[in-house]
Design a protein around this ligand. Structure first.
Ligand SMILES: C[S@@+](CC[C@H](N)C(=O)[O-])C[C@H]1O[C@@H](n2cnc3c(N)ncnc32)[C@H](O)[C@@H]1O
Ligand SMILES: [Zn+2]
Length: 338
C-alpha cells in the first residue's frame, strides 16, 4: 500500500522515544514480551516498539477501520509478531481473550484523533477541509456530530462546550448554533466552524492563537466518541491484565483525561485508601503499582518545533508490582476490629 508507506514516512508519533524507553526494559526482562497498543492509529508507536524489542509480539487495536488497514500494511514486515483487531480500547480484555493472551507486559494508549482523521475533510473533524459534520472514529456507528448539533437542547450544548471544550464563550456559541439551526440544519464542518467563529467577540477572534472553533470541535468529538467513558472503562479493567512487572503507558491530550489517569494511577500506587480521619485502616488496600512518572512527561522543544500538536500531550506510566504486598495478618486484623 504505497499510500500507507507515504503517510508512515512523514509520521512520527508523539513522545515516541519516551514510550520506547519505557518499554525497552521489558524486552530485556521477558523472553518474548507481549505488547498491547490499544490505539494503533498509523502504527508509529507500534513500529518503534517492535524495532526496539525484537522478540516482542504485539496486539494492535483501533476503532477506526481505515487506520487499522493503514497500520496493518505498515506493520506487515513484522509478520507473525503482529496481530491487529478492530476494537475499542474499552474492550481490550475481550480482544486479549480472543487472542488467547491472559496478560500483557506493556500496554499503551495514545488517546485522541490521529493526524489522518484530523486532516481528512470527509471524516468531519477538520476545521480547514470541508466535509460532512461526522466525527465518528468508528465510521457510521452511533450519532454523528451533525445529529448532536442539530438536536441537543441549548443547555446541553452549552454544558458540553463549557466542560469538555473549556470554552469561556460556551453560552454565546450554543446560542449561535441554536439560532443557525432554526434557519437550516448544520451539516458541514466549515459551516459550523463559521457559526462558532462569528459567535466570538471580534477582539477575541483576532487575538486567539487557535481557530475559535477548536474547543467546540474538541467537545463534540469527545461526546460523539464517548471518549471519557472509553478511558474510564479501560482504566478499570487493564490493571488485571498486566503481568507482574508489566507497564502501562497512557498519553492524553485533554486535562479531564489526564486527571482520570492521574487519579487511577495514584490510587493503584497508594496503600491505605481509608478516609483521612479513619482511626484504623479497614480497607487493607496494598499498593499494586509503582509510579514511573511522578509528573507527566511532555514533549521537548525539538518535538514541539516538529509537531505543534504535541503541545498538550501528557504521558503517565506505572509498573505493576511483581510481588503483591503482604496482606495484614489475622492478628493485625483482629486488633483493628477491637
Ligand atoms: C493519536 S492516534 C494514535 C497514533 C498512534 N499511537 C501512532 O503511533 O500512529 C489515536 C488513534 O486511536 C484511535 N482511538 C481513539 N479512541 C479509541 C478507542 N476508544 N478505542 C480504540 N481506538 C481508539 C483513533 O481512531 C486513532 O486512530
Ligand atoms: Zn485503609
Amino acid at each position: 500500500m504505497p499510500e500507507a508507506a507515504a503517510i508512515a514516512a512523514r509520521h512520527i508519533p508523539v513522545l515516541r522515544d519516551r514510550v520506547v524507553d519505557l518499554a525497552r526494559p521489558l524486552g530485556a526482562r521477558v523472553e518474548a514480551p507481549r505488547f498491547l497498543d490499544a490505539t494503533l492509529g498509523l502504527g508509529g508507536h507500534s513500529q518503534a516498539l517492535l524495532e526496539a524489542c525484537p522478540t516482542a509480539e504485539l496486539l494492535g487495536l483501533d476503532r477506526d477501520r481505515e487506520a487499522l488497514a493503514l497500520a496493518s500494511a505498515r506493520l506487515a514486515p513484522f509478520g507473525a509478531r503482529v496481530h491487529t483487531m478492530h476494537s475499542r480500547f474499552s474492550a481490550s480484555c475481550k480482544a486479549l481473550d480472543e487472542l488467547g493472551w491472559q496478560s500483557v507486559d506493556f500496554a499503551l494508549i495514545d488517546i485522541g484523533v490521529s493526524s489522518m482523521q484530523l486532516d481528512e475533510g470527509q471524516r468531519g473533524f477538520s476545521l480547514h477541509a470541508n466535509g460532512p459534520l461526522d466525527m465518528r472514529m468508528d465510521q457510521g456507528e452511533g450519532p454523528s456530530a451533525a445529529d448532536l448539533v442539530n438536536t441537543l437542547p441549548f443547555e446541553k450544548l452549552r454544558e458540553i462546550i463549557a466542560t469538555l471544550g473549556e470554552d469561556p464563550m460556551a453560552q454565546r456559541i450554543a446560542r449561535a448554533i441554536c439560532e443557525a439551526r432554526a434557519r437550516a440544519p448544520i451539516r458541514e464542518t466549515l459551516a459550523l466552524a463559521d457559526i462558532v467563529s462569528q459567535a466570538y467577540p471580534r477582539a477575541w477572534r483576532a487575538k486567539s492563537r487557535h481557530h475559535p472553533a477548536t474547543r467546540t470541535f474538541q467537545a463534540l468529538r469527545m461526546v460523539v466518541n464517548n471518549e471519557l467513558g472509553e478511558l474510564e472503562t479501560f482504566l478499570d479493567s487493564i490493571l488485571a491484565r498486566l503481568s507482574p512487572g508489566g507497564r502501562l503507558c497512557v498519553i492524553t491530550f485533554h486535562s479531564l483525561e489526564d486527571r482520570l489517569v492521574k487519579r487511577s494511577m495514584r490510587r493503584w500506587a497508594s496503600g491505605c485508601l481509608c478516609p483521612p480521619h479513619a482511626p484504623v485502616c479497614r480497607c487493607h488496600h496494598q499498593p499494586e503499582v509503582e509510579l514511573l512518572t511522578k509528573k507527566p512527561l511532555v514533549a521537548d522543544r525539538e518535538e514541539l518545533a516538529r509537531n505543534p500538536r504535541a503541545s498538550s500531550a501528557k504521558l503517565r506510566a506505572c509498573e505493576k508490582l511483581a510481588v503483591p504486598q503482604a496482606l495484614p495478618t489475622t492478628e493485625e486484623r483482629d486488633q483493628e476490629s477491637v
